[in-house]
Each structure stands twice: as C-alpha cells, then as structure tokens.
Design a protein around this ligand. Structure first.
Ligand code: ADP
Ligand code: ASP
Ligand code: MG
Length: 442
C-alpha cells in the first residue's frame, strides 16, 4: 500500500484536480489518497469561526456563501454528466448543511468548523474520480484518526481502527480520505494543527506499513532555503529522516513539523513531489546517506527568548534542574539553550504559559524576555565538520545574533535573531554558504 497526500494548491482548482487524477492513475497498486482542503478554504473557515466568536452574523453568512459557491463552482467545472453533477451537488449540500448546524451550536467547536474544507473536497474528489472511471472508496478519517497525543501519535490504535474500516468498506484500489482532522481521547473533533495533512499521511503510512508516502505539493521538492524569502534556492534530491525532521521542526513550511516521526523508525521513505511538474525528481527522504555536510537552511518564527541572570548560579549544582522543572510543569518545551557562569538563556515557541513561567522563575534571578525572534537553523549531516560552515559566523559582522547553538548535535547549528532581521539573515547565509561556495569551486 502507498499513501499519497495532495496539498491545498494541488487540489485548488478543477485543472489541478485533473492533474491529480493523472498522477494517481499512473501509480500501480493499492493506495490511500489523503487530501487537504482547496487552498484558501481553511483560512476562510478560520475567519468564519472568528466572526462567530465576535458575534458578526453578517460576516459569517458572507463567508459561508463564498464557501458554498466556491465548491458548487468546482463541481460544475469538474463533473461532466448532468446526473452525476446533481448527485454530487446534493451530497455536498448535505455536508454544507451539517456545517450550518455546527455553527449554530453553543459553544461552537473551532476544530469541527475548520476541518470541513477537507470533508468538502474529499467528497467532490471521490465523486470526480468515480465518474472518470477510477473506482474508489471514500473513508471518513474520523473513523480511524484517533490520535490523542499529537507529539507521539498512537499508531497502533490508528492501525486497528483503519484495518476495521478497510474491512467494513468496499474493497478498492484507491481509498480517498481527509487530512488534518483527528479525534481526541474524549471523542471530540480536533486537528493536527495547520498544515497537518502531511502528518495525517505519515500517520496513516505508519499504520498501514506503507511502502512509501508521497507528499504532492506546489514545488519540486525540499529546497536548500526558504524560496518565499530567498532567490535562487534549489531542490535537494535526498535528505535523511533526521535532516528533514530537523528542517521541518525548525520552520520549513513544506512539511508539517512532525511529519517525519511516524515513518522514521519504520523506515518508510517520503517522496516530496510537485503536482504541476510530476516528472521532476523531487526529494526522497529516507535512511540512505547520500552526502555529508551542509544541506539546507530554515527559519522558525514566534520564538521567545528568556534570560535568567543569577549570582547564585555560580557553582550551584541543581540550578538548571530547578529552571527546567518550571518549564516542564507548564508543559512548555525548550528549543535552544546557552549558558554562561551567571546566566542562562533559553527559547520557547509556545508562549501560552509564559506569565506563569515568569512568575515562578522570578525567585531564581533577574529575568529578561525578548519576543518576536526567529531561530535560523543550518542543517546537514555532520554540518559542524563541514569546512565551509565556519563562514556562517561572518553573519555576526552584519547582523545582531541573540544566541548561537553549536555542537548540540553535529547535524544542526541554530542562530537566534530578531524576526525583523530574519529575511536578511536567510539571504546572507544563503549567499555565504551556498553561492560563495559554488563560486570558490568554479
Ligand atoms: P501544501 O498546501 O501542498 O501543503 P505548503 O504551502 O504547505 O503546500 O508547502 C509548500 C510551500 O512551502 C512552498 O510553496 C514554499 O513556498 C514553502 N517552503 C518553505 N520552505 C521551503 C523549502 N525549504 N523547500 C520547499 N518549499 C518551501
Ligand atoms: N487544510 C489544512 C490547513 O490549511 C491542513 C493542510 O492543508 O495540511 O492548514
Ligand atoms: Mg502544507
């Protein structure tokens, strides 16, 4: 079994969806196809929820009408025979009415609202495939994506439930299901966080012990820097699971931060491919080690740096333990740490419990907090032994760097900068580490 995931832009228009059909048809064997919502739809659903919360009924109806028309238009363009068109419209309108009921509930469940984009699209896509002669079975992800612990998903539970679902449903070469959604331990609808359909694909891939997971998107694979901010980035043909996990965790938007973990230990490769240029090689993420040294740079925003300065830290064993216990108590994980004899600086990306953390840290010394920072991550197997890497420190000539983490692992060097300097830092590093290197070699 293979798992194929198609992201928002891959299913963002009738034309793209026709491409997706071709891609599916070209692959032999059984497959589970995980789809996202059409691009823009989840954002619109988030706006519906925000407007509901703000009591802005006319805004809610405006957005809802837009969503309805967008999907009816898609059906119009995609489904050819009149009777199939009517049947698909009726099925879609039934779902749409369910959403209308959900938004009347008090209180409204945010996850129940924002996951509807995947339900709409999977239904229309399944009907389209069927009309085009690609017999398929639509699976409801709520039947098997029972994941309570998002950091450490219960693959065996998903496996058991998915097996039962597959036995119950009509056997097929192609199964279509929704990304993003999950059911928590209280049987409530939840999400895998924004961009979570990638994670659905690898959780499902692990649960069925897939031969591979393919993630189809709008770019020809994993690039060596963020193409939204840096020019002349290029696609990497291979990454190890560790490299990809590090880059995804540290902000590379192409992959949801947790995508790699379910398949890594099971050694199931992930292929990143472009729906619009399917013949481009893309990126293979696997256990194979193809090259040593620098591979790519990524950046993660929304970082808060906390400095605790204390004279008592001097020679005091147990000091760090007490500090870490405060973060642990408030279920906040730490990304970067640097220490000196009298101070420790650390970073967190989840500042929800910051006030509580700060009030408890207060007794340990003088606290300084810097918000709106970004971690820039320079990644590659053995990158710290790469002779070219030292040039990254030249960045210090051009920009203030708040923290540097070097040597924590041989595969990663992290720099903390003010977010307002992030783009410049990415561009400078790209130039120093990739472009000057090429110039030197030629
Ligand atoms: P999808 O909707 O298919 O999940 P995303 O928008 O989530 O697609 O991810 C693809 C986008 O990620 C690309 O269009 C690109 O702008 C962005 N991106 C950020 N960093 C990278 C990177 N290192 N390599 C490739 N794409 C990246
Ligand atoms: N549709 C969801 C989002 O926009 C999930 C995804 O696309 O992966 O975040
Ligand atoms: Mg995505």
């Amino acid at each position: 079994m293979k798992v194929l995931k198609f992201g928002g832009t891959s299913v963002g228009s009738a034309e793209s969806i026709r491409n997706v059909r071709k891609i599916i048809l070209e692959q032999k064997g059984r497959k589970i196809v995980v789809v996202s919502a059409m691009s823009g739809v989840t954002n619109k659903l988030v706006e519906v929820f925000e407007a509901l919360k703000a009591g802005r009924a006319e805004v809610v109806s405006g957005h809802m009408l837009e969503l309805k028309l967008k999907h009816l238009q898609l059906i119009e363009e995609l489904i050819e025979a009149e009777n199939n068109k009517r049947a698909t419209e009726n099925l879609f309108l039934e779902l749409y009415e369910q959403l209308e009921e959900i938004i009347q509930a008090k209180p409204v469940s945010e996850a129940a609202v924002v996951t509807f984009g995947e339900s709409f699209l999977s239904l229309i896509f399944s009907q389209f495939l069927e009309e085009q002669g690609v017999s398929n079975t639509l699976l409801d992800a709520k039947d098997f994506m029972h994941v309570s612990n998002v950091e450490n998903p219960e693959i065996q539970t998903v496996q058991k439930l998915l097996k039962a679902t597959l036995q119950r449903e009509v056997a097929s070469e192609v199964y279509v299901t929704q990304g993003f959604i999950r059911i928590d331990r209280n049987k409530n609808i939840c999400t895998l966080k924004r961009g979570g359909s990638d994670y659905t694909a690898t959780i499902v891939g692990a649960a069925v012990n897939a031969t591979e997971v393919q993630i189809w998107t709008d770019i020809d694979g994993f690039h060596n820097n963020d193409p939204r901010f840096v020019e002349h980035t290029s696609a990497l043909t291979h990454l190890t699971f560790e490299e990809a996990a590090e880059l995804a965790y540290f902000g590379a938007k192409i992959l949801h931060p947790q995508t790699v973990s379910p398949v890594k230990d099971r050694n199931i490769p992930i292929y990143l491919k472009n729906t619009f240029t399917p013949n481009a090689p893309g990126t293979c993420i696997s256990n194979s080690h193809h090259s040593i040294g620098l591979k790519a740079i990524s950046a993660k925003d929304g970082i808060t740096a906390i400095k605790i300065k204390s004279n008592r830290m001097l020679m005091a064993h147990g000091f760090l333990k007490k500090i870490f216990e405060v973060f642990d108590k408030h279920e906040t994980s730490i990304d970067m740490i640097t220490t000196s004899e009298i101070a420790i600086s650390l970073t967190i990306d989840d500042a929800r419990n910051l006030d509580k953390i700060l009030s408890e840290l207060d007794e340990y010394g003088e606290i300084t907090v810097d918000t709106d920072h970004s971690i820039i991550c320079v990644v590659g197997e053995g990158v710290i032994n790469d002779r070219e890497t030292f040039r990254l420190f030249e960045l210090l000539n051009d920009l203030p760097v708040r923290m540097i983490s070097y040597g924590g692992s041989s595969n990663n060097i992290s720099l903390l900068v003010d977010t307002k300097n992030k783009v410049q830092a990415l561009q400078l590093l790209h130039h120093k580490l990739f472009e000057e290197k090429i110039l030197n070699e030629t």
